[in-house]
Design a binder for this molecule. Structure first.
Ligand code: HEC
Length: 510
């Protein structure tokens, strides 16, 4: 991948070289000026070619010379580390819990023995899920440990023991060869990628959505604001979100349009939800009632898309493993607790996403138990459906116009689909091992898009033929929510670089 950035600009444009190593930038993508170049090609570094001047009337050619990188370990993606290291699938899967906050690099490069790792693991568990090395916040309450103290201690010890076998605690180099994945080829090279840098490195763009005017909005996972990017000018405007719970961790996660095109967001540890009116640029907030609003409260998702059906919106309270439905007229919350009492019986559940179908019934993912749940909007009846792949870890989801529920199988490394009408599942394996997809969306042509938390690859899949293309992004990202803008032909894919403080636009050539 070759990336060009104009001096003083916040925008980088990237293209991919073909099988003969030739690359070219479309004329309309680079305005006149002086550019610096960087590359991504695992195993290689570039000799600095210096600044490149672009003028309107003449094609410029810059030949790039690559040399083998000295320290390959600084270039490996998380998925490449996971493919390289020894260990069982279960052991390695434990590391999928770590990559949401930082890469595996500090882990595999550490010298901790098993005992030290136990205290590292305890420290990690004290951080909010939005924490990353540039912005650390503490959880208000230890994560529901009480009834499971001993069981948790034992599994922590086993995991710490495994971690001490993959790092540098007993040798100066890894005792396993470092494997790298093949470079993009064929259709994966037919793409132009634009990265828009955000104003601070601490901004974590989690959900990125594009409105009907082409404005790009993002939720800020760790800070108390949301942002708007104008892709024409690259200007970013931030809107401070009112504090709902003084002294509690800041940040927001789920960001979703309602049918009027206004934005709803879930304010996580702040214990509420907010609506942002795009015209007046003002927030209105709703705070959970005290019985479900304490130290454990964490509202991650809000879904107003089908409120026109019955005037209700769906949200979840992750800390309580509960789903709520809010009546827009009265602002009252109605609780649904599919797993009440289960934890005390030794069962783990983790409600991740909750998405309405066309009749505003809710479908939700149980990350822990690999099942999809359904709440009937009229009767409140809850039904469960087990995903075909074991330990699939279903995460974020979306529903298409045929009421098919598409979800990412984070550990199953698959795209999953539950047809809510026929009540049948279908699954597609991601081509690259350990991709850990987070979210899925279907575009206007029926192509399915997902992004990898672990290896900076965006997967575009034709579910009919099973054929897929994986577009590699130019830098380390940590992909979360995925979004497709269907107003362009071909469609345009957007995603946040959750750990790289940029918004990424992927434009396939066809
Ligand atoms: C909720 C976010 C979060 C999760 C999940 C997380 N970490 Fe961290 N980790 C951090 C932050 C923030 C830092 C930097 C601050 C620090 O060292 O405490 C860090 C630093 C580290 C370091 C380098 C510092 C040191 O003490 O050696 C190691 C090693 C590490 N984490 C291991 C892990 C492992 C193993 C996991 C998975 C079991 C994990 N982390 C999961 C947030 C997280």
């Amino acid at each position: 991948m070759v990336s060009a950035k104009k001096t003083g600009s916040t925008v980088s444009v990237s293209v991919v070289s073909d099988a003969r190593g030739q690359y070219s930038f479309p004329r309309n993508k680079l305005a006149s000026g002086e550019y610096s170049l960087r590359i991504r090609a695992v195993g290689y570094e570039m000799d600095d070619p210096g600044a490149v001047g672009i003028t309107p009337d003449k094609t410029v050619t810059t030949n790039l010379t690559l040399h083998h990188v000295q320290a390959l370990s600084s270039q490996l993606t998380n998925a490449e580390w996971l493919s390289s290291m020894p260990g069982t699938g279960d052991q390695k899967a434990g590391l999928l819990n770590c990559v949401v906050c930082h890469t595996l690099e500090p882990i595999v490069k550490s010298k901790h023995d098993a005992a030290e790792f136990v205290s590292v693991l305890q420290r990690m568990a004290s951080y909010t899920n939005s924490s990353f090395p540039l912005h650390v916040q503490k959880r208000p309450a230890p994560w529901l440990l009480a009834p499971r103290g001993e069981q948790l201690r034992q599994s922590q010890q086993r995991f710490a023991q495994f971690l001490s076998t993959i790092n540098l605690s007993s040798a100066s180099q890894w005792e396993y060869p470092l494997k790298t994945f093949p470079r993009p080829k064929g259709s994966a090279t037919q793409v132009v990628i634009t990265e828009y840098d955000l104003p601070r490195a601490t901004i974590e763009p989690h959900d990125v959505v594009v409105d009907s005017k082409g404005m790009v909005w993002y939720s800020n996972f760790g800070e108390q604001n949301i942002g708007r990017l104008d892709p024409k000018t690259a200007k970013v405007t931030e809107y401070p979100l009112p504090v709902m719970k003084q002294g509690f961790p800041t940040g927001n996660l789920g960001l979703q349009f309602d049918q009027e095109g206004d934005l709803w967001l879930a304010a996580m540890n702040q214990g509420g939800i907010a609506r942002f009116d795009r015209k007046t640029e003002k927030f209105q907030t709703w705070i959970l009632p005290p019985e479900w609003n304490n130290d454990a409260t964490q509202v991650n998702m809000v879904h107003p898309e089908r409120a026109s059906v019955d005037g209700k919106i769906w949200l979840e309270n992750h800390g309580y493993t509960m789903i709520l439905r809010m009546d827009l007229g009265s602002g009252t919350f109605e609780p649904f607790e599919p797993f009440k009492g289960a934890y005390e019986k030794g069962e783990n559940h983790n409600i991740y996403d909750v998405v309405p179908d066309s009749r505003n019934n809710a479908y939700f993912t149980d990350f822990e138990q690999g099942q999809i749940g359904r709440i009937d909007a009229k009767t409140g009846k809850i039904t469960f459906y087990q995903t075909p792949t074991a330990n699939s870890r279903p995460r974020r989801a979306s529903i298409d116009s045929d009421d098919r529920f598409w979800f990412a199988e984070y550990r199953g490394n698959r795209v999953g689909m539950f047809d809510t009408r026929s009540e049948r599942f279908q699954e597609w394996l991601a081509p690259t091992p350990w991709s850990a997809p987070y979210d899925v969306i279907v575009d206007k042509n029926g192509d399915v898009w997902t992004g990898s938390v672990t290896n900076d690859r965006v997967l575009r899949l034709d579910p009919k033929s099973g054929q897929s293309t994986e577009y590699l992004l130019p830098r380390s990202t940590n992909i979360r929510r995925v979004f497709v803008d269907n107003s362009t032909t071909p469609v345009t894919f957007w995603v946040g670089s959750n750990h790289g403080a940029s918004i990424v636009k992927v434009e396939p050539v066809n």
